[in-house]
Write a protein that binds this ligand. Structure first.
Ligand code: GAL
Length: 714
């Protein structure tokens, strides 16, 4: 926690609003927009994200007149501006003038304009045009009183495999490896005659005949993140060179893809921001909101950040037609704020009349402001206004205190996407999400940490698979355990070094000694197979947990080298037809499945299969107990979350009731939403919220409300 971005956003209020695309409408609509924004309490509009074609209609010819009027209209209406540089969507003339600056896919097909994100990030023409427009915008608006922040680009993440990328990739590799000999060693090019004798022969991992070289593929992901970071830095520096003092951000995107290594990006941003589209709006959507928020706060060094985009009531992202009820929009927003966001911004203000996102929804829906959903946003505006004091950060320490952390690194994700791993069902993101989900269900605050981070402030650290691990990370994990920490490791962790070279001598490679186990054989499972685990001792389950634990996807032939065996593989799954050959669990039956290795003052735990949801929850809850991790509030009813956000002198305890029954909150605090003191107990209705201002850490209870029956959904 050495770096805490979050500089420069207002500390006396929470931001509310979202992407605003006035260029899609006539000026009469702009006036109505500002009236409605005031009515809803909107105080921030993100402008210009996709406006390049209007701002620079021909190369070097700029037209800022319309944007001047937009910015002034917003300012006159009391709405601040998050001003974007429009570089995520070069205009059609750019293709005509610079065909070489169009991106090329891995299959060699060059794209052209017609959608968005069509640029080759390494192309000199693209980079200089981006710097130029960023500089022009900063010169014109850099000291405008409406300016809240700079929003560079939009969701960096478009990969390019063309000639410009090839040249930049070679330069990056030369810096990383110095010599071809080193590169050949790192990439294991003795395999399949891939030995390089000239840098010119090194290409991006374009489509080839059969399987790509995994180390090559991983380095290209690393390079692409660094290259996009360079492009971001150039724009940021062009803005800063004009003297504009507004904070600079770029919006990260979760969760379906990830092309950035956010730990190294974070120090380059004044404030981190996130676009977060839930992958489900069922009860798991609440856990997902918490996941995104915990990740970005952690990237932010524990400090404040900004939720730049979330969907309004309807979303079409990634083909999912998701609908959110207004009460969910409110609870989701407070979930992000509780975890450090300086506000709640949406994509987007007004639902478009046409175009490929016509059905994505807006704060002003197609139905107009006279609608249930708009009234929901008006309520959200009032709520955020009443929570203004929450925006003030504490003098020191993180905004959210967590005893438990999850190791997260983009390289774990990328490495798990390389070809021909022992199982096609390894899913890094799902493993991390699964670990976070059970901690959320159990009511623990969670941080994410980089593999080489200082872990000493945590009691429990989870590593839900991380295929490549560096020596430095292993040393840090050992220090943590020796000092009294509990480390818990999932399968497919530490098997390889940073070049994906398998560590010889048995799995889990670099973590073998610390975990006190050795795996000689992997037994991946088919998607339909599962393995049951028994308790310690005999494999008959007699001393095992009440509900046998179940493993999916993976099992291993494991032996203990000093670790205590806590659960074993029970053997053949009953559902498997024995006549069909070796069944799930047969090869590992009776062998150790879960272990615990006492090291120094702590313990290193290992689970050699991917536990299903309920089993993982049981196991992780037990680990939390052993490690002495504290819940935010002990004993919250299911689907009720409590999150404490530390503030300047006072803290705020958010109680978000996602359940269908009212709950009763009692403790030393006053609810900012109703003004009611919680000392004698206050009722939070089904799907409702409370935000208690408090100076106390303990003394809170959240219980089912005896008078509260089932409430109607929504
Ligand atoms: C975001 C993007 C927005 C919009 C939104 C909804 O990822 O930044 O511009 O496309 O998704 O699809």
């Amino acid at each position: 926690m050495t770096h805490a971005p979050g500089r420069g956003l207002p500390a006396g209020r929470l931001l509310f609003g979202g992407d605003y695309n006035p260029e899609q409408w006539g000026e009469d609509v702009w006036k109505e927009d500002v009236v409605l924004m005031r009515q809803a309490g909107v105080n921030a509009a993100t402008v210009g994200v996709f406006s390049w074609a209007l701002l620079e209609p021909e190369e070097g010819v700029y037209d800022f007149g319309w944007l001047d009027r937009v910015v002034q209209t917003l300012h006159d209406g009391g709405v601040g501006v998050v001003l974007a540089t429009p570089t995520a969507s070069p205009p059609p003339w750019f293709t005509r003038r610079h065909p070489d600056a169009m991106p090329v896919g891995p299959d060699g097909v060059r794209l052209v304009h017609g959608s968005r994100d069509t640029y080759a990030v390494s192309a000199p023409a693209y980079r200089s045009a981006s710097r130029a427009i960023a500089q022009r915008l900063a010169e014109r608006y850099g000291d405008h009183p409406a300016l809240l922040a700079w929003h560079v680009h939009n969701e960096y993440g478009s990969l390019d495999f063309g000639e410009h990328a090839a040249a930049a990739f070679r330069r990056w590799l030369q810096r990383r490896y110095s010599t071809l000999e080193e590169l050949n060693r790192a990439w294991y090019t003795a395999f399949w005659s891939q030995h390089y004798t000239s840098w010119e022969d090194v290409l991006p991992p374009r489509r080839t005949q059969y399987l790509a070289n995994p180390a090559h593929a991983l380095d290209f992901r690393r390079f692409s993140s660094d290259e996009m970071l360079d492009a971001y830095r150039e724009q940021r520096d062009a803005i800063r060179a004009t003297g504009s003092s507004a904070p600079v951000t770029t919006n990260f995107m979760l969760p379906s893809w990830n092309h950035l290594e956010q730990w190294s990006w974070a120090p380059e941003l004044d404030v981190l921001s996130l676009d977060h589209y839930l992958d489900t709006v069922g009860p798991d959507g609440e856990a997902h909101a918490a996941y995104g928020a915990d990740l970005v706060r952690s990237w932010s060094g524990g400090g404040p950040w900004l939720l730049m985009e979330q969907s309004t009531i309807s979303s079409t992202v990634a083909g999912r037609r998701a609908h959110k009820e207004p009460d969910r929009v409110l609870r989701n927003s407070l979930s992000y704020v509780a975890r450090g966001s300086q506000g709640s911004l949406f994509f987007q203000w007004r639902a478009p009349a046409a175009g490929s996102e016509a059905w994505h929804g807006g704060i002003v829906p197609h139905a107009g402001a006279g609608s249930r959903s708009f009234r929901g946003f008006e309520r959200l505006g009032r709520v955020l206004e009443s929570l203004a004091e929450v925006a003030a950060a504490p003098q020191d320490g993180p905004l959210v205190e967590a005893d438990v952390a999850i190791v997260w690194h983009a390289e774990g994700w990328w490495a798990t996407e390389t070809p021909q791993l022992p199982s096609d069902d390894l899913d890094y993101s799902a493993a991390v999400r699964g670990a976070h989900r059970v901690l959320w269900q159990e009511g623990f605050a969670v941080d994410f940490v980089a593999p080489e981070a200082d872990l000493s402030r945590y009691r429990l650290v989870l590593v839900p698979s991380l295929f490549p691990v560096t020596d430095a990370a292993v040393a840090g994990m050992r220090r943590f355990v020796e000092g009294g920490g509990h480390l818990a490791v999932w399968p497919f962790t530490g098997y390889a070094d940073e070049h994906l070279h398998v560590v010889p001598g048995g799995y889990p490679g670099r973590l073998r000694d610390l975990l006190g186990v050795r795996v000689e054989e992997l037994h991946p499972l088919d998607p339909a197979e599962r393995v049951e685990l028994t308790g310690p001792g005999e494999p008959d389950g007699s001393t095992g947990p009440e509900r046998p634990l179940t493993g999916l996807t993976w099992s291993e032939h494991l032996s203990s080298e000093g670790a205590e065996v806590l659960a074993r593989y029970a053997g053949l799954d009953e559902g498997v037809d024995e006549g069909a050959g070796e069944g799930a669990g047969e090869g590992v039956a009776g062998g150790p499945a879960i272990t615990r290795h006492a090291v120094g003052r702590g313990a290193a735990h290992y689970v050699s299969t991917f536990l299903d949801g309920p089993s993982l929850r049981t196991w992780v809850a037990g680990l939390c107990e052993q490690a002495g991790a504290r819940r935010v509030v002990e004993g919250c009813p299911p689907l009720v979350e409590a999150v404490r956000r530390r503030g300047a002198g006072v803290d705020h305890l958010f109680v978000l009731n996602h359940s269908r029954a009212a709950v009763r909150v009692q403790g030393p605090g006053v609810d900012l939403l109703t003004g009611a003191a919680a000392a004698d107990g206050l009722v939070v209705p089904a799907r409702g919220c409370a935000v208690l201002r408090t100076t106390e850490r303990d003394g809170f209870t959240v219980t089912a409300d005896p008078a509260g029956g089932e409430a109607t959904p929504g």
